[in-house]
Design a protein around this ligand. Sequence first.
Ligand SMILES: [Zn+2]
Length: 203
Amino acid sequence: MAKLFFKYGTVFSAKSLNLIATAHNYETQGKKVLLLIPQIDSRSDGHVATRAGLKLPAEIVAKTTNILDIYQVHLQKKQQIDCVLVDECHMLEKEHIDQLRQIVSNYDTPVICYGLRVSYTLELFEASKRLFELADKLEEIKTVCWYCNNKATHNLKLLDGKPVYEGNPIDIGGLEKYVPVCYKCYEHPDVEKVIHNPHKTDN
Ligand SMILES: [Zn+2]
């Protein structure tokens, strides 16, 4: 029986790299994967990209997209789908998660969602909340805190090197930077300890 997976982590936990490795494993066995990525802004170019420079084409999910429609187009073209992989799933709408659940239940196709659990404002993303409610299997993708060696559990927003704790949970494309942190460092980040800007070599 296929399952709905939510593999969650902080920023810099190599979620996209994990997704690309999974896609590679399916493809080397001659199996077909459907890659999905939310339309975050006008710059969304339909790729899953990693910080390590790997890139794979993905189908864009806009706010009003019904993911079942995307899936059915492939079925109508007689293209078997062995697995659905979703990048940045926290940016989806709650309804999209219900649609992914239906793909698992109606077509017995596994769906693996990769994304963040909570925002820098310490709120569950709507889509992540829905995944916690509907997923068959939850898995944490781990990384270490930027400032110490504890496990990172949260995302700290930095603007001009200063922590920011309030605002729109989803903000993209600005000058803000995010780093993975443990809760202690979320509250009291030793910002002087940052030895380099992680985003200088980003993308
Ligand atoms: Zn820490």
